[in-house]
Design a protein around this ligand. Structure first.
Ligand SMILES: Cc1ncc(COP(=O)(O)O)c(C=O)c1O
Length: 401
């Protein structure tokens, strides 16, 4: 029998998010109220001018087979946005519109990886990454815990460079980097990005730069696109999405900036033979999103910031849970070593569910994160405050007992 894709162990692993969501749903079916801090999906509606642009485009006939690389007017608008915001100089032929960031990452792994190749994945990492690597036949991944050491100051730039160099093996073909990071909210500094660039050039590596949360920045943090650094455009695939910045998760629109060496591969081959492009009306609406004033993005970012502060304030002084302040994304990665007290992290997740708080265990984001829990800020501010209140009260009571 030929081997099935599903036989690859990495592809048959179960989803922690699915488990938490099912448990939350069962409680809701039993009449309990659950505060949803487990899902990383904006709770805002897509801004009305974007919805209107979709309707108009559909009426205007943008309903036929798309260019598999993406509508040229969208790619032109994206090239202007990349130059303006990301300082990436990209030719429209090196931009490919994808069915969201997930599809962009899938195509990236397919384009870059062969059997025997390894991706070094900075961890903790978005849950989907191991599977996205696993779809590339014979490719593997290895995690390098980076973000918490940088966040805590345990690693300065020199230590980061040293650890990164030491982690690279002969099979390492590329690095997967995600800033702002899901789940920690760490935003790599320009100097840290320069470290990555230096090592990538020295060791001749690809960089897969996942910039899904580029617009969600707090406390004056700034976003550096690695492809904008000298010598990096030709070895970086930058992956972007409309899902998070514009609350467009269901629209499935993202884009990839490829090095010119991949020009013939990405759009004409990979995008064509996977989805044959993206619904053209959705692309015209995405163009409206990038070319209109960005007030909607700023408003949503402000709302996430407010929720972030409510959560940090609500858990301040709760000895059992310590929360480093995230600088970006809409997640908070909380250290729960005190709350877990040596128990399995799932015992703690279930305990929190019994309080009506749904969260994801750190183990979903790579090995070695048993002492961590991700809380997503994608629910009303009242629910965020209430979740913090319940957790703080519960652990204060547990400490007294
Ligand atoms: C780090 C990261 N990259 C990419 C994505 C992909 O998002 P989408 O496929 O909706 O564009 C996500 C979604 O959660 C994410 O967290």
């Amino acid at each position: 029998m030929p081997r099935l894709i599903a036989d690859r162990p990495v592809l048959s692993s179960t989803s922690e998010l699915g488990r938490v969501m099912a448990a939350a749903k069962a409680r809701e079916a039993a009449g309990e109220r659950v505060l949803h801090l487990e899902r990383g999906e904006p709770d805002f509606d897509t801004p009305p001018h974007i919805v209107e642009a979709l309707a108009q485009a559909a009426r205007d006939g943008y309903t036929h087979y798309p260019d598999s690389r993406g509508e040229i007017t969208l790619r032109e608008a994206l090239a202007a946005k990349l130059a303006r915001e990301n300082h990436i100089v990209a030719h429209v032929d090196d931009l490919v519109v994808t069915a969201g960031g997930t599809h962009g990452l899938y195509l990236t792994m397919q384009a870059l990886l062969s059997a025997g190749d390894e991706v070094l994945v900075f961890a903790p990492h978005w849950m989907a990454i191991p599977k996205l690597v696993g779809f590339a036949q014979g490719a593997t991944y290895r995690t390098l815990p980076v973000y918490l050491a940088l966040q805590s100051g345990e690693w300065d730039d020199a230590a980061f460079e040293q650890h990164l160099r030491a982690a690279i093996a002969p099979a390492t073909k590329g690095l997967y980097v995600n800033s702002p990071n899901n789940p920690t909210g760490v935003v790599l500094t320009r100097a840290q990005s320069q470290v990555i660039a230096r090592v990538a050039i020295e060791r001749d590596l690809w960089v897969i730069s996942d910039e899904a949360y580029e617009h969600l920045l707090f406390d004056g943090a700034t976003h550096t696109s690695i492809a904008s650094l000298p010598g990096m455009a030709e070895r970086t695939v930058s992956v972007f999405t409309f899902s998070k910045s514009y609350a467009m998760t269901g629209w499935r629109v993202g884009y990839v900036v490829c090095p010119p060496a991949l020009r013939s591969v990405f759009g004409p081959l990979l995008a064509f033979y996977t989805t044959h492009g993206v619904f053209p009306s959705a692309q015209i609406a995405a163009r409206a999103a990038v070319t209109s004033p960005q007030a909607c993005v700023e408003d949503m970012c402000r709302a996430y910031d407010e929720r972030r502060r409510l959560l940090l304030d609500g858990l301040a002084g709760c000895g059992a849970i310590t929360v480093p302040a995230p600088k970006g994304s809409f997640y908070v990665f909380a250290n729960v070593a005190g709350a877990r007290a040596g128990r399995d992290v799932w015992t703690l997740i279930d305990e929190w569910l019994s309080l009506g708080v749904a969260a994801l265990p750190g183990t979903a984001f790579g090995p070695g994160f048993d002492d961590w829990v991700r809380l997503a800020l994608c629910t009303r501010r009242e629910d965020v405050s209430e979740a913090a209140r319940r957790l703080a009260a519960h652990h204060a009571a547990a400490a007294r007992a």
